[in-house]
Structures are given as C-alpha cells and as structure tokens.
Design a protein around this ligand. Structure first.
Ligand code: GLN
Length: 489
C-alpha cells in the first residue's frame, strides 16, 4: 500500500481493494517504525487519524465520498491544528495547542483527508537542513547521515520514505522545493497569495507560502485544488478563481517555450547536477518544447536581498512571543523585563536569534535606508526580471539546489554556506511566482531535483509541464532502499 501515489490510492479505495482504516493503520505502523530512524514527526495523531478514517469509510460506504475522502496526509508543524500541539519546531511553542485550525488544515479536513500527524521542521521555518529544530534533526531517508534539506525536512523525508503519501509544507525562500530536491520527491510552492496563510505561523509574511510535497505532480494537482482559494481571513490571499488543476495535466507540450536562466548555470553548480538538468531538458525538447536562453541580471542578488527582507519581517513577526500571552514563559521572573528577556532567551534557538538580531539591525533608524530600503528596491528589480522573462517564455527550468544532500553538521557552523543552498529558489519567493521541484536523477546515489518556475497563478501550466516529464521518466518512483519493504523493521 505504501508505494501507491495518492491518485492510485484514491482509485483503490473507491474500488474497495482496502479500507481507509486498513490504509491508515498500515501507514501509522510505518510512521512508528520509521520515527527512531528519521525523526520526521513532532506529533503523531494516531487516535484522531483512526477516527477520521472511520468517518471516511462510512462516507465511502454511503456514497458521499469526494475525490480526497480517506486519503492520508501529514501537516508541517507550522500549520495550526485545533487540539493538537503546533510547535513550529521551537521550544517557544513546545506547549502550544492552537484553539483553531489553519485554513489549509480546515479545508483538507473538510475534504475528508486523514491527518497522520505533524512533521518536524527547522525552528520557525528558518533553515535549509532541518538541523535547527528543537526536536532534533530530521534524517534523509536516502542516507541517514545526511540532511533532508529544510525547512520542510520532516514533510520531505516522510513522503520520500513512503510513510505519508503527501504532506503540506511552506516555502519562504525554498523550504518546499529544496528539501523535495534533496529527498527525491515533488515539491510545489504556489504563487504568493494562492493558498491562505491564516493559521500558518508567520516567518516572513511577504514571502511565506503554503504548498505541498508529494510523490508526483499529479498528486500535488489533486490536493492543491482543495487547498487553494481566496480566504477573507488572510488579507494577502488573492481572489482569483481556482482552476481544475487535474483538467490541464495532460495538455501536449508542443510549442512550449522553456527559458534557461543563464545566471543559474556555471559557477557554484555541481557539474553532475548540471548534466542531469541538461538531460531533462532533452526530454522536453523531444516533447516539442523550444529552449531559449534568458537573462535575469538582478537574480544573483537574491540571497543578500532575502537575508535583509526575511529577517526584518521575522523580527517583527516573532515579537509576539513575549512569554505573556502564550508560548514558553521563564520560571519566577523578577520583573517584566526579566520575563521578556528570559522567556525569549530560553524559548528561541541560535538561528532564530541571529535572524531577529539581523532584522532589528536592518530596520533600525540609522540603517533602514542603507539595508532594508535598498533590499526592497532590489526586490523590485528581481520582480521586473521575472516579469520580462515570462514575456518571452512560458516556464523557466533549472536546478533546484546547487548540490545533493550534505552531511548533518557539515554546514551548521557556517550560516553563509547554509544560506547559499537556496540560491536558486529564493528568487521565486521575492517575485511571488510559483515553482515546483521534480526528481530528475541521482548523483552518487542521491536524488537531484529540477526546478520549474512559471508566471503568477501559472500553477496549471507548471503542473502540466512537470507531469509531462514524470510520464516520460521514473525518477519520482524510486524508493530509498531502507524504506522499500512494506513492513519496516
Ligand atoms: N532556507 C531559507 C531560510 O533559512 C528558506 C526557509 C524557508 O523557505 N522557510 O530562511
């Protein structure tokens, strides 16, 4: 059962080959067996999952099932879940139980999906390796000594190890696409404003976007339809109708114009990774696509721009964690200042503190113009680069990450090296455009992802382009050897 994609599971449940309860029990068994190895979950919601499964079985038996009824998923622990702990990977929220569901959780629950649990993540989604979590690092299922990527490392590892067929995730600078690439699964970051941020704990509000990590573009299309849409509770949610993402999946690619970002090839990109991307481009040419070189001259500035804008927004968003209303509170505070200082000092980890300090610095009166304002200006240039590129081409294709997964600890003491992992993904967040990472081969036995970006609200086209590749190749069906067996020891 564990090897089926969501689309296959949906068919088999309808055909009554097995029940939702049997499927849920089997996956919960895999979750428990894999947890000591992968540490992919912060919370497993077995009891609730079995209750949801029972309700889904009743709906199927009664002929009231929708397309997602009974399909299992995991939620990144950044999405608030009523009655279930939402930690955001932080000690600060280790005791936090939300009184309400995030819109994404509410919508997918209402569609009949069964939540297996909450996935581990970098603290407040800050990181590229899942090493900053208060709950310890997540391991890469392809090699337990390596990182799964971050910040949605738990979601990516869970899907790659076939312990959850799909998981929600969030992407502020690459946190869906980069771990999807490093774990050999498919990760979709929608357009900024496409998926509601209500109840999704804020890191950098102008960049954060919820999305999916799944086994195929088709699976992402299936769930995105139920997850996307205008939400009056999120002021940045955009009121654009949600298309039927499944309907355009099989559109022929003849005449598709594929842009290659010159700035993404060459310096800094592993040569073997580059070769795999070039091989994938040949598949597109065979399908009738035309390759065009495009220049996005401001794009190389995306990492420094992001590391001004994101910390600035994070320093403001995280000001709410003050030990007063909710979250961690220090013991026996002397006075109010002591309460603030020690609650925040104890509750936040090193990377979060580094970001808050950077953010308050770039926003401070003396440096605002030199850093924050300048970064906002460069952001506009990057935006304009993408807009111009999409006047010439339908999609942009390139690498998702400069290299394959690295060893746990290898970059932990070098923030700049860590930040450079997102060099190819951050641009899409600054411009707000959608991006998807799909597996396109292996280097030294480790998965490599290819990134496809499209214009604002171009998810249908992206999914279509990714799906066309997945019909021609089988990279996305490869399973890490240690998790291939139905029964995990
Ligand atoms: N790795 C980037 C960071 O550390 C992006 C994180 C994300 O997308 N949430 O900020």
């Amino acid at each position: 059962m564990h090897t089926y994609t969501l689309s296959e599971l949906a068919k088999k449940l309808r055909a009554k080959e097995f029940s939702v309860t049997e499927l849920t029990q089997a996956l919960l068994g895999r979750v428990a067996a894999a947890q000591p190895k992968l540490n992919a979950f912060v919370t497993v919601t077995a009891e609730q999952a079995l209750a949801q499964a029972k309700a889904a079985d009743a709906a199927i038996a009664g002929g009231q099932a929708g397309p997602l009824t009974g399909l299992p998923l995991a939620h990144k622990d950044i999405f608030c879940t009523a009655g279930v702990k939402t930690s955001c990977g932080s000690r600060m929220l280790d005791n936090f139980v939300s009184p309400y569901d995030a819109t994404v959780v509410e919508k997918l629950g209402a569609a009949g999906m069964v939540m297996l649990g909450k996935t581990n993540m970098d603290e407040f989604a800050m990181g590229s390796s899942n090493e900053t979590s208060f709950y310890g690092p997540v391991k890469n299922p392809w090699d337990l000594g390596l990182v799964p990527g971050g910040s949605s490392g738990g979601s990516a590892a869970a899907v790659a190890a076939r312990i959850a067929p799909i998981a929600t995730a969030t992407d502020t600078g690459g946190s869906i696409r980069q771990p999807a690439s490093l774990c050999g699964v498919t990760g979709l970051k929608p357009t900024y404003g496409r998926v509601s941020r209500f109840g999704m704990i804020a890191f950098a509000s102008s960049l954060d976007q919820g999305g999916l990590i799944g086994l195929s573009a088709e699976d992402c299309a299936l769930v995105l339809g139920a997850m996307a849409g205008f939400d009056p509770r999120d002021s940045t949610s955009v009121d654009v109708p949600v298309p039927n993402y499944m309907a355009e999946l099989d559109k022929p690619l003849a005449g598709l114009k594929v842009g290659l970002i010159s700035e993404f090839f060459g310096g800094g990109l592993n040569a073997d990774v580059e070769k795999l991307i070039r091989d994938a481009l040949k598949v597109y040419e065979k399908l009738g696509a035309k390759l065009v070189d495009v220049k996005l001259p401001a794009l190389p500035l995306s990492v420094p721009t992001y590391y001004v804008v994101a910390p600035a927004e994070c320093s403001s968003n995280l000001a709410r964690f003050d030990g007063v209303r909710y979250g961690h509170r220090c013991r026996d505070p002397k006075d109010l200042m002591d309460l603030y200082k020690r609650s925040r000092g104890e509750g936040f980890g090193a990377e979060v503190k580094r970001r808050i300090m950077t953010g308050t610095y770039v926003l401070s009166a003396g440096y605002y113009d030199a850093y924050y304002l300048k970064a906002q200006r460069v952001r506009q240039l990057i935006n304009a680069d993408f807009r111009r590129a999409f006047e010439q081409v339908d999609v942009l294709i390139g690498p998702t990450a400069p290299d394959v997964a690295f060893a746990i600890g290898a970059k932990a003491d070098d923030p700049i090296q860590m930040y450079l992992n997102d060099i190819y993904t951050i641009g899409a967040n600054l411009a707000g455009v959608p991006g998807i990472s799909v597996p396109c081969g292996f280097v030294r036995g480790l998965p490599v992802g290819m990134q496809i970006c499209g214009p604002h609200f171009g998810e249908s086209r992206l999914l279509n382009v990714a799906h066309a590749y997945q019909k021609e190749t089988d990279w996305h069906t490869k399973i890490p050897a240690a998790f291939a067996a139905e029964k995990l020891s």
